[in-house]
Ligand binder design. Sequence first.
Ligand SMILES: Nc1ncnc2c1ncn2[C@@H]1O[C@H](COP(=O)(O)OP(=O)(O)OP(=O)(O)O)[C@@H](O)[C@H]1O
Ligand SMILES: [Mg+2]
Length: 242
Amino acid sequence: MMEFLELKHLSYDYITKAGKVHALKEASAVFEKGVVYAIVGRSGSGKSTLMSLIAGLDVPKSGEILYYGENLRNLDRDKFRREHIGMVFQSYYLLPQLTAVENVELSLELAGYKGDKRAKAEEMLSLVGIKKEQFKKRSTQFSGGEQQRIAVARAIAADPELILADEPTGNLDNENTMNVIRILVELAHKYDKCVIVITHAAEIAEKADVVLKMDDGVLKSICLNSGRCTRFLFAKYLSSLP
Ligand SMILES: Nc1ncnc2c1ncn2[C@@H]1O[C@H](COP(=O)(O)OP(=O)(O)OP(=O)(O)O)[C@@H](O)[C@H]1O
Ligand SMILES: [Mg+2]
């Protein structure tokens, strides 16, 4: 059976003046669509590094990333990311000179979206609870929670199969945190996306279907929150661990 996303023994080093930092050490996992995964683990354990490899922003030193069995090394990584992956970060990275709707339209443009970009962008903003009157406001004039929701709209506009979020609620109050979680869960459960969220927030880990713990560069323990994850194959890799 072809897995949606498979990570096989990923290793990654940062070269610094002080020497090599082994950020990932043979991290392995399998991810499927329709499931929300939370990746937890202490600061510096390698979570963001793992995410940047999955997104094709960087290349593993060794190990493989397979999408439907296809090795990411053999794909045009930038094109693949634009077309298949939606990313959300702790700092929203909205373009300040653009309006809310323009920010979303731009990502549609980059993803090669063929339909009516304005209409799609407006639909996405509505989906994340941004009011129509606000669509043409500059992105800097929104609150943190609103900017994060616009960032989510931008990430999901081109209908990516994979949504990667790195601490998407780090700056948000409780209400906005719950809003973002609700959207991420809906994307997986209603729209069959694979959602991978790095988080320190217990609220997110609780709502995720599967929680993976990153421990010093290795994906170590996992916890199944629900039965949604039917084709659960981490065991295959984890059985060898203590
Ligand atoms: N650009 C870099 N240059 C050198 N070392 C780096 C770089 N980025 C990360 N590291 C190191 O790699 C290791 C993993 O970092 P990473 O950012 O993946 O951790 P993280 O789990 O995302 O942490 P946090 O929860 O604080 O965001 C850490 O030891 C970190 O210091
Ligand atoms: Mg990080």
